[in-house]
Design a protein around this ligand. Structure first.
Ligand code: URA
Length: 288
């Protein structure tokens, strides 16, 4: 981990977005964390923590419930052994807030070799719904493979490649006899769910038609991109800058070449979401 050295100096110990003050007691709670598993919603993070606790046999979950270590309504964090299950909200701004303060917190807690994995959902492009995509590199919606950050008013571009060793580790530990496909591919991180993902069913009337959309999807597929989501750019750029190995494992809920809408039943949707969780848990179990 390579972090701005002044970020945890004597007069810089408050994390406003987590509502936590860095101190010895907090350090004890987080010291030893080696993996952070990130998901959009707080409920999903809690479910992941329950599931992992059960798998590891850490506690009889009939009698214990995971404790949220953050002090805000915006994000949550549950620790299961050396794994921290956190929520990041939706979109780049939300995940960047979380990444900045969580990384300060973990640096302060001496977790210098931590790895970050985002477990999410996405919209597939030319892949069957239910396919799990492990991201190689992230593109912006304009198909540039870089993240533009406005630093002091100036645009600076940063690379957006995920950690290849972590990706290989995930593929090496895939659960046996899978009933779904797990694929290494590039991803697009869009600003929103509708226009940025070339949908026709949002509140705003699109400036494109079906023909233009189809040529956009063709360009996307030529770049080896297989899914749309909304946090991968921020995650890949941030982790590249602080040298934290990171990747993203996101199941596709729809093939966007067939439909803009996610039409599968609630039960099927739930079973799809569990696929990325199972892929990541299989990797974590081999490591911890
Ligand atoms: N998440 C997205 O960002 N897009 C989809 O189509 C599905 C989930």
């Amino acid at each position: 981990m390579q972090i701005n050295s002044v970020c945890v100096s004597e007069n810089n110990l408050f994390l406003p977005n987590l509502n936590l003050k860095l101190n010895g007691q907090l350090k004890l709670l987080f010291k030893g964390v080696s993996y952070v598993v990130m998901q959009g919603s707080k409920d999903r993070s809690l479910d992941f923590a329950w599931y992992l606790s059960n798998l590891l046999g850490i506690a009889d979950m009939r009698f214990f419930t995971p404790v949220n270590l953050f002090n805000t309504n915006n994000f949550c964090a549950y620790r299961v052994g050396d794994v921290l299950c956190v929520s990041h909200g939706m979109g780049s701004s939300s995940i960047l807030l979380l990444l900045s303060e969580l990384t300060k917190l973990l640096y302060f807690s001496e977790c210098f070799n931590v790895k970050y994995i985002r477990v999410g959902t996405s919209g597939g492009i030319g892949v069957a719904a239910g396919t799990v995509i492990v991201t190689n590199k992230v593109f912006a919606a304009d198909l540039v493979d870089a993240y533009t950050v406005y630093e002091n008013g100036e645009a600076v571009l940063y690379p957006t490649v995920m950690d290849q060793e972590l990706n290989q580790g995930i593929f090496d530990q895939l659960p046996k006899s899978l009933e779904f496909k797990v694929q290494l591919a590039n991803s697009i991180s869009a600003d929103d769910f509708y226009l940025s993902q070339a949908r026709f069913d949002g509140a705003l009337k699109p400036s494109y038609d079906y023909q233009l959309r189809s040529s956009y999807f063709d360009r996307i597929k030529k770049l080896g991109i297989a899914n749309f989501e909304m946090e991968g750019l921020a995650l890949s750029y941030f982790c590249g800058r602080v040298a934290i190995p990171a990747t993203m494992v996101a199941v596709t809920l729809v093939d966007r070449e067939d439909s803009d809408q996610i039409r599968v039943s609630k039960e099927v949707l739930e079973s799809y979401s569990l696929r990325s969780r199972d892929v990541v848990c299989s990797y974590l179990l081999s490591k911890i």
